[in-house]
Structures are given as C-alpha cells and as structure tokens.
Design a protein around this ligand. Structure first.
Ligand code: FES
Length: 499
C-alpha cells in the first residue's frame, strides 16, 4: 500500500504546540515553522531575543516536510549560470552562504545530538548526453573557482552510465522532519514559543508591528515572514518568483541503493537519494516539476517516476509518494531581507528554488544578523529589492504575462462550463450548477462538494489537481482542499462553499 505522504512525516506522534492564546506581545514574531523560520527563531532566541513562531499547520508540515532533504550546496548545475547572470562576487556569496549553512546544520546535529539520520554523502549533478559534457566541465570549473568542493568525474555509483558529472564532496542528507523537530525542541529550551494551528492573515507594519492571526494579534518589534511564499502582496514576490510543484516517490529495491545524492542536469529532471527506514533503505526518486496549476494530469507524473525507477532498479514496492511546492525566483537568487524597500523591521525569506535545506538556513543567518544589527557578508546578494533593477525586467515581464494569460484565458475557457452530471467519482471540474459556475468535486461515494472557482488571493481561476485532489491556482500557486480550505498560500481566505 503506497502512503500519500513523505517518509519524514510518517511518524507515530509529533509533539504538540498550543495555538496562540489570543492577543500577545513578543520581541520577534516569525511566520512559518519550517526550516527557515525555526532556524531564524533559534539563532535569535539563543542571542537572547524573545521569539514567537506562528505556524498555520504543524512544525515541519509545509515544504520542509516534503523535501528530499539533501543538505548540499550543489543545487543542480547552477554556478556557471549564476556567474554569468550575477557576476562572480554574488555567485561566490551564494556558494559561501550555502556551505556555511551546511556547516551550521552539521554543527547543530552533532553538538546537540539531534537524531535525524544524518550522514555525509557526495552529491553528483550529471548529464547523460555527450553534447552536454562541456556544460558539466564548465560547471565543475566554475564551482571549484568559487571555492566549492567540486570536481569533474565520468563515473558515479548510479547503475547506468553518465557522460559526465560534477561531484561535490562532504555533503549530507538527513530526515527533514526529525531535524526540524530537533530545532523546535532547542528553540523551546532557549525560551522560544511555537504556536501551531495559528494562521497569519495580515501585517500592520510599524513600531511595533501588528501581526494579525486567526487566534489574535501578535504585537512584535520585528516580524519575519518565512512562510515559504509570503502571504503579503506588498512584498511583490508573486510576479518575481513562480510557484512550482514537483513529485517524489520512495521505493524498496532489491540490492543496495547507490551511495550518494544525484540529480540530472538535463530534462527530465531526476533527483535520487537513499534514506534509511525500518532497518533497510528506501530509494527516493523525484522530478516532474511544473508550474502550479499548469501541469496537466498529476497522477501520470508519479507513473513516470516509477517507470524510471523500474528501468534502473529492481523495485519491490512503492511505499510513499508525495508532492511539494516551491517558490522559484526568476533570476535564480533567493530572496532574504526587508519585506519591502521601506520596511524597517519586517523581513522575509523565500525563493529557495527547491533547495530549502541550506538556503533556508542561509536565510536564517542573514536575517538574524539583520535583526541583531550585525553586518552580513551575503545580505546584499539576497536582498529582495534587487528585483526592481533592470536586469530582472525580462523575467518579470514574462512572469506577469503568464499570470495575465491565465487570468483572462481561464475565464474564457470557463464561459462554457461542463455539467455536474458529467463528473465521475474522484473527478473534479469547473461546472455549472443552478446557473452559477462552480468548482465541483465528486467524492468516491458519489456525493459532491462545490466551492467558488476563483482564488481568494488575486482572483485567478482554479484548476483541479487529480493526484492531490485539490484546487490549485495557476497564477501564484495557492492551493485549496475540495471543501475550500486553504492548504497553501499566498491566499489566506478559504473558498466560499457552494454545495
Ligand atoms: Fe494569486 Fe491565486 S495565488 S491569484
């Protein structure tokens, strides 16, 4: 039986943290109890700040719980491109920040005895075609020049030949949930507070800031929005970083899995690593990324990952399958810094481009320094205000055009909605019901749930996701369950129930 979750979140029990108990005051409010929010909170709490983390769900239940949990500064073959796009100095800052994050995570795990299946592994980004050899050679040269532990190789532990690969030594992998649960424990021990099931709904910036939540107002000297995709439009992240979904499976295989972490640098992307489980090893295979709400039938994506695994390994069973969502910045550089250029005490971290383990902790280092009034050597590189520069203009225009096309095109498509009767059990669609256009889902037992088909963020039309049984927004990636409850922001309001 395949479980529809990640192996990290398949645990018997998770420590509970009470919701926010009404209006309260803190020095630093952090939105989001994933790796970036908890790491930021821990650094600040251990520096003597009073910190409160608010989380709409549970600790680690957002993007962090659904990552493949590679702890590496190798993020595919990006460094040659980063140098071309941003110059060597900024590419070096990215490399250094991520290596420093890897070292900080290793220090936390080892010195505080966080049990999280931590182990050192080399990371490989590979190409299969000979035409891409030069690309790999350039990447190895660029990464080594930036001080990363990179080399060009032509053999890997994979069971199929590669044309070339960039190998990074001394990288690591772990269990993402056990790690953030460890951070949460450390945070509470340092005097911090975690409020689960507390959804941030608005922010009044000022002195102090007023963070509105569905459990009361949290007044704070500083606010850090580390909720993956900021829930606030004023940060203007939405046109600058696209929301992308990607998929993973965990399979049992005959024989030993390859020792290392792997990612293909040509399409289709395949991300591979092993993870210890129940005295054996699971093989994790990920890939099939696409923009949220724009990828066609999601179920087929899992099939393609399974086919790939079966082609190269003797697969006994598929134990887990899951998908996740990431904010991918148009210019390839994450965004950590002031929420807006005018913000004085409101901060954000987003745009980790699927590499949130080290980018999230790098963000924590940059933001805790900013709040502590310390210089940080990488802050300028990740500063979100860079997105207002001319260099970012072409990708911004493209992203805005994409959103505009969906805003208009999807409405035109929905001028002729289908009928409720056409929906088979397990199917969802935009249909007409009593003269109104609704987003309807027919449950396996035949009953129907219908909600407004319009995203509560900025009113784009939603699309049905057949694998997750959710309504996904193609504009900025909000997701809702079939009864209309927000699963993933930036939307903060549920969909109106129609049936
Ligand atoms: Fe922005 Fe839906 S997420 S319009």
């Amino acid at each position: 039986m395949t479980k529809a979750t990640s192996p990290w979140l398949d645990v018997e029990s998770r420590p509970e943290h009470a919701p926010l108990a009404g209006d309260s005051r803190t020095e630093v409010a952090v939105v989001g109890a994933g790796i970036a929010g908890l790491a930021t909170a821990l650094l600040l709490a251990e520096a003597g700040r009073q910190v409160t983390v608010v989380e709409m769900d549970r600790v680690g239940a957002g993007a962090t719980g659904y990552t493949t949990a590679k702890v590496s500064s190798q993020h595919g073959m990006i460094y040659d491109g980063l140098i071309s796009k941003h110059g060597e100095e900024k590419a070096r800052a990215y490399a250094e920040a991520n290596e420093a994050a890897l070292a900080l995570i290793a220090g936390w795990v080892e010195e505080r005895s966080i049990e999280c299946a931590w182990r050192r592994r080399p990371a490989f980004a590979y190409v299969l075609s000979d035409g891409q050899r030069k690309h790999a050679a350039n990447e190895a040269e660029a990464a080594a020049r930036l001080g990363l532990p990179a080399s060009l190789v032509h053999e890997t532990p994979l069971p199929y030949p590669v044309s070339a690969a960039v190998r990074f030594d001394d990288q690591a992998e772990f269990d993402a949930y056990l790690f953030v649960a460890g951070l949460a424990r450390e945070l509470v021990a340092a005097g911090g507070t975690i409020a689960e099931r507390t959804r941030a709904t608005g922010l009044g910036e000022g002195s102090p800031n007023r963070l509105e939540t569905d459990r009361g107002t949290l007044t704070a000297d500083h606010v850090v929005v580390a909720s993956h995709y900021p829930f606030l439009d004023r940060a203007l992240v939405f046109p600058r970083a696209s929301a992308q979904r990607s998929y993973s499976i965990a399979v049992r295989i005959g024989g030993e899995p390859p020792e290392g972490m792997f990612i293909s640098a040509e399409g289709p992307t395949r991300s591979i690593r092993a993870a210890p489980r129940d005295g054996g090893e699971l093989l994790l295979v990920g890939g099939e990324g696409h923009k949220v709400g724009q990828g066609g039938r999601s179920r087929e994506r899992y099939h393609r990952l399974e086919e790939f695994a079966r082609e190269h390994w003797e697969v006994g069973s598929t134990d887990y399958r899951w998908s996740t969502q990431d904010a991918v910045p148009a210019d390839g550089m994450p965004l950590f810094g002031r929420l807006t250029p005018r913000s004085k005490t409101a901060w954000m971290a987003t745009g980790f481009a699927k590499w949130g383990m080290t980018n999230g902790v790098a963000a924590a280092m940059v933001l805790s320094d900013a709040i502590g009034g310390r210089e940080n050597p990488w802050a300028a590189t990740f500063d979100p205000s860079r997105l207002r520069t001319r260099a970012s203009a072409p990708s911004l225009v493209k992203e805005n055009l994409n959103v505009g096309l969906h805003f208009v095109g999807d409405r035109v498509r929905d001028l002729h909605p289908g009928s409720l009767d056409e929906l088979a059990p397990g199917e969802g669609g935009i249909v007409s019901h009593e003269g109104e256009t609704v987003a309807a889902y027919r449950r396996p037992d035949g009953t129907v749930s219908a909600v407004s088909p319009t995203c509560t963020h900025l009113w784009c039309r939603l699309r049905f996701n057949d694998a997750e049984r959710s309504w996904d927004c193609p504009c900025h990636g909000s997701r809702f369950d079939v009864d209309g409850a927000v699963i993933e922001g930036p939307a903060v309001r549920d969909l109106e129930r129609k049936l």
